[in-house]
Structures are given as C-alpha cells and as structure tokens.
Design a protein. Structure first.
Length: 74
C-alpha cells in the first residue's frame, strides 16, 4: 500500500484499505464493530434522503448523498 501524502484526505477506496489494515492489526473484534456501524450509518443516511427532511439539490443534500454512496458496507 502506498502511504497517503501528508495533508491529503483519503479517498473512499483508501478508507476501505485503511479500515481493513487497522482491523487486521486489532483482530476480529475491530472488524465486527466497524462493519455493523457502517451499515447502520448507510441505512440512516438513506432514510434521511428519502424522508424529504433535506431539500433535494441543496448543498446539505449533496453532502448526505455523497455520504450514502461512499459509506463502506462489508
């Protein structure tokens, strides 16, 4: 794995790799905590998008939509 340059934010694929490496270093308990949490976040964000609480096309909607697309699911 190539290290991320200092100051750069990880991209979704890099985030997945980082989480997997950290999970391997910490053992199975870390993996069992990360995957359900990401799945729950994706579910909540999806529900928020369809609820109509955020105006479609707004900056907030775009951010939440991006979060929904990039949330890691096992």
């Amino acid at each position: 794995m190539i290290p991320i340059p200092e100051g750069d934010l990880p991209r979704p694929a890099e985030e997945v790799a980082l989480i997997r490496v950290e999970a391997e270093m910490e053992g199975g308990s870390a993996t069992s905590l990360v995957v359900p949490t990401c799945s729950q976040i994706r579910h909540l964000v999806g529900a928020l998008l369809v609820s109509g609480e955020i105006q479609e096309g707004s900056h907030a909607y775009t951010i939440v939509e991006q979060l929904h697309v990039t949330t890691i699911v096992g």
